[in-house]
Design a protein around this ligand. Structure first.
Ligand code: SAH
Length: 210
């Protein structure tokens, strides 16, 4: 596959997502802009534009493109918004969000130091100004709060930890898979003056939060 083939495959993927999902054009444009093949292991590149999750090492996976599209859309961010990601993985989802919010606005934490290091390097090489640190989402980037939005790409079993919800401003949103394997739900929390509004967006399957 050369670059032209990859671009064509990526456009086809986005056309399929457009037919299948009710998501904003801005979200689809972000998916179309990010070279997903550059985020997956060498041997998986020919499968990079299938709408499938793929292994990225250390028993972790890059989410399927439709899931990245749905979560990015639910996040409802605009250029200039500051976003907190928990679970950098290979950095793909962070790059998609960075396409929308712009340089310097995505802060991402990854528990596995090897993945954090390679994602940081990959994002830099591809021209994405995303701040990546190795650590635990419960404590990382507390100095950078408040964020306009946060999302998790790993599933906490008992709901989104308070430490993460507390780092999002009033009016901001948190998108996360929650629950145990087999019964996980995708939820969107909206932080309101009087409390937290919770919407359920269906069953999902993510790696557990550590
Ligand atoms: N968004 C990623 C998907 C990563 S899979 C991508 O586009 O590739 C989820 C990631 O969450 C894994 O890499 C896992 O190591 C990480 N993770 C699990 N528990 C975590 C925690 N407590 N803090 C930060 N990252 C965590």
């Amino acid at each position: 596959m050369d670059d032209a083939d990859r671009e064509a495959a990526r456009r086809e993927l986005v056309d399929a997502l457009r037919r299948r999902l009710d998501v904003d054009e801005r979200t689809l444009a972000a998916i179309e802009a990010v070279p997903r093949h550059a985020f997956v292991p060498e041997g998986r590149r020919s499968r990079a534009y299938a709408d499938r999750p793929l292994p990225i090492g250390h028993d972790q996976t890059i989410s399927a493109p439709h899931m990245v599209a749905v979560m990015t859309d639910l996040l409802d961010v605009e250029p200039g918004d500051r976003v907190f990601e928990i679970g950098t993985g290979c950095g793909y989802h962070a790059a998609v969000v960075a396409e929308i919010v712009g340089p310097g606005n995505v802060y991402s934490v990854e528990y596995e130091p090897d993945l954090a290091g390679s994602a940081r390097e990959r994002l830099r090489r591809l021209g994405y100004d995303v701040t990546v640190c190795a650590g635990d989402g419960r404590t990382a980037f507390s100095d950078e709060a408040p964020f306009d939005a946060a999302y998790l790409t790993c599933a906490p079993t008992d709901g989104v930890p308070d430490q993460i919800v507390d780092r999002v401003r009033t009016g901001g949103r948190v998108v996360a898979p929650v629950g145990r394997a087999g019964t996980q739900r995708l939820v969107r929390l909206t932080i309101e003056e009087e409390g937290v509004d919770r919407e359920d967006h269906g069953g999902v399957r993510f790696v557990p939060m550590r």
